[in-house]
Every structure is written in C-alpha cells, then in structure tokens.
Design a protein. Structure first.
Length: 175
C-alpha cells in the first residue's frame, strides 16, 4: 500500500469524467488499498480515484462512527462503477468538505435518500438505499467521477470566490 498525492483545485483533472472499470483486477484492488491509505492519512471519509489522478469509476469510503474516546472501528467500503438509480424528492443539507479543496466547508443541499448500484471488489453487483451522511457522501464521490465538485452547488458568487482563492494559491505555489 502507498499514500498517493491528492490533486487539489484548480487541477483540471478534477473535471474529467472517469472511465468505467472494465474488470476487477489485482491492479484495481491495489488501487483501492492505496486509496484507503491515502484517505485515512488525509484524513477523510471518502475518496474518488480521480482525486489521485486515476480517472476510473472507483470510490473508497469509511463512515465509521467515533466513540467517546475518539476511537473508531474502520468500516471500509469500495464502490466500483457506482450509479445512483433513484433519488428522493426530499432534500437535506449537510456541511461538505473535500480533500481536493482543503480547509473549505460549505452547506450543500442534495436528495436526502438515494438508491445506489455498484460492484464490490469481487465483481458482485449490489444495490443499497442510502440516507443521512452515507447518501451525502456517495453523491459527493459519484459527482467526482463525473467531473463535478461540491462547490458547483454553491451560488455563483461563493463558487467564483473559492475558485479564485485556489487558483491564486496554486499560482503562488509555482512561483
């Protein structure tokens, strides 16, 4: 396993539409392992392969609850070629952040419940209903696979402000 570099806004790769995973291979399993290590190190609760410059429809997620001692039991999940097949009319608002847009958080409104279809690391098809944080996170990560960022849901003013901030930071980093 290896910690990979997470690409940061304004990197244009974040706007790519990821390609479907043709077959679950040892390379795909290794990529998922690297994604977990990268995600835990960041630390984050979800990571799309495109965030480590791999334009494949692969997501890792771990929504483990922390106990009163701050300890958690990992609940790692892998979603290959995930797709949302149903959305609720009801909406919910969660404060979202993103490992590719560090230290920026904003409330985003999304469907409160979704039904998702995906493959696991054994190539088996699953369908699950998601709500709460799970629904928000899976929608956020699937958006990444489609070249969509959570800031795209913000008002034009807020979105322009954050895009400008990260463009300036990237320019300073190069100088």
């Amino acid at each position: 396993m290896a910690i990979r570099e997470i690409i940061i806004l304004p990197d244009k790769q974040l706007r790519l539409v990821s390609k479907p995973v043709e077959k679950v291979t040892p390379e795909i399993r290794k990529l998922a392992d690297d994604m977990f290590e990268t995600m835990y190190d960041a630390p984050g609760i979800g990571l799309a392969a495109i965030q480590i410059a791999q334009p494949l429809r692969l997501i890792t997620m771990d929504l483990a609850k922390r106990d009163e001692n701050g300890e958690s039991t990992p609940k790692p999940r892998v979603f290959i070629n995930p797709e949302i097949i149903a959305r609720s009319e009801e909406l919910s608002v969660y404060e979202e952040g993103c490992l590719s847009i560090p230290e920026y958080y904003e409330e985003v409104e999304r469907p409160a419940r979704v039904r998702v279809r995906f493959l696991d690391l054994n190539g088996k098809v699953h369908e699950e209903d998601a709500e709460g944080l799970y629904a928000t996170c899976i929608q956020h990560e699937i958006d990444h696979l489609n070249g969509v960022l959570f800031v795209d849901y913000l008002s034009k003013l807020k979105r322009d402000r954050v895009l400008k901030k990260f463009a300036k930071a990237a320019k300073r980093a190069v100088e």
